[in-house]
Design a protein around this ligand. Structure first.
Ligand SMILES: [Zn+2]
Length: 132
């Protein structure tokens, strides 16, 4: 069970104030790979890398996704809640290292993407699938 692409395309109510930062996100590169029944998206901004695994043959708002971003906001604020929601795209060891961190910044424990993941989800929804 995972959260959907549509879920990550918006901030949950608790993080609505992050919306104003979406306009700052500029992707240098967005690359799409189709592997069996999954679509893997690799993206990057100047400082960070994003990865999104869409567990579907065609990109829909309802497609289950797993996400990861290398930014501090994602790792410290959101990864824990995203992991608990079944949508963290990372190794178990990496996940454990996050969860054992005393730094607990997500006061709501609501899963959400960082601004990069939310911006990427919106871009990905617009990407036309290559096959079909
Ligand atoms: Zn990020």
């Amino acid at each position: 069970m995972s959260l959907t692409l549509g879920y990550f395309s918006k901030f949950p109510a608790a993080y609505k104030d992050r919306e104003k930062f979406i306009g700052e996100v500029r992707f240098n590169n967005i690359h799409q790979d189709i592997i069996k029944d999954k679509i893997i998206i690799h993206a990057s901004t100047d400082k960070y890398q994003q990865e999104m695994e869409i567990q579907d043959e065609i990109i829909h708002l309802n497609s289950p996704v797993k996400v990861f971003c290398t930014c501090e906001s994602f790792k410290y604020e959101f990864a824990n809640a995203v992991f608990r929601a079944g949508s963290l795209l990372k190794s178990v060891n990496f996940v454990r290292s996050i969860i054992s961190r005393p730094k607990e910044k997500n006061q709501y424990n609501v899963p959400s993407g960082c601004k990069h993941i939310v911006a990427l989800a919106r871009q990905v929804i617009k990407i036309k699938p290559k096959r079909g």
